[in-house]
Design a protein around this ligand. Structure first.
Ligand SMILES: [Zn+2]
Length: 138
């Protein structure tokens, strides 16, 4: 993801992304958001939900709940937390499902594509070829 989008997410959700610049031994967030810019809106929406959940917790518990890794894997968004709860997991599941139909490059409606690397793209970003059935994914 572009550096300015990354920086804006970290700025806007300081609790959730408190470990963004932690050492690599401490958090995979040191690698940043390992996905395309097209998913920034859905990551932002998810981040706002989780930030609100964390902010409602007792202050001493808040540091336990941090994003630990955000990346694309097998075509869809994977959003990992150091710790979570039912509300957080539900929000992550929803974002994961949205990522399967959102072009990772531009954010338009997309489908999971094959061809060496599984990725969600719209027709324009992909330039044709196979659309995979999400049920066939690993
Ligand atoms: Zn696209």
């Amino acid at each position: 993801m572009k550096a300015e989008l990354d920086a804006a997410l970290v700025r806007d959700f300081p609790l959730l992304y408190g470990n963004r610049h932690a050492p690599m031994q401490a958090s995979c967030m040191c690698w940043g958001f390992e996905c395309g810019d097209g998913w920034e809106p859905l990551i932002r929406e998810l981040s706002a939900k989780i930030e609100t959940i964390i902010a409602a917790m007792p202050v001493e518990e808040q540091p336990n709940f941090r994003a630990s890794q955000v990346k694309e894997k097998f075509g869809t968004l994977r959003f990992y937390m150091s710790m979570g709860n039912d509300a957080i997991w539900a929000a992550i599941d929803e974002a994961d499902a949205k990522s399967a139909v959102t072009c990772e490059d531009c954010g338009k409606p997309g489908s999971v594509r094959g061809g060496g690397w599984i990725k969600v793209q719209c027709d324009a970003c992909h330039g044709g070829s196979d659309v995979l059935d999400p049920a066939d994914l690993p």
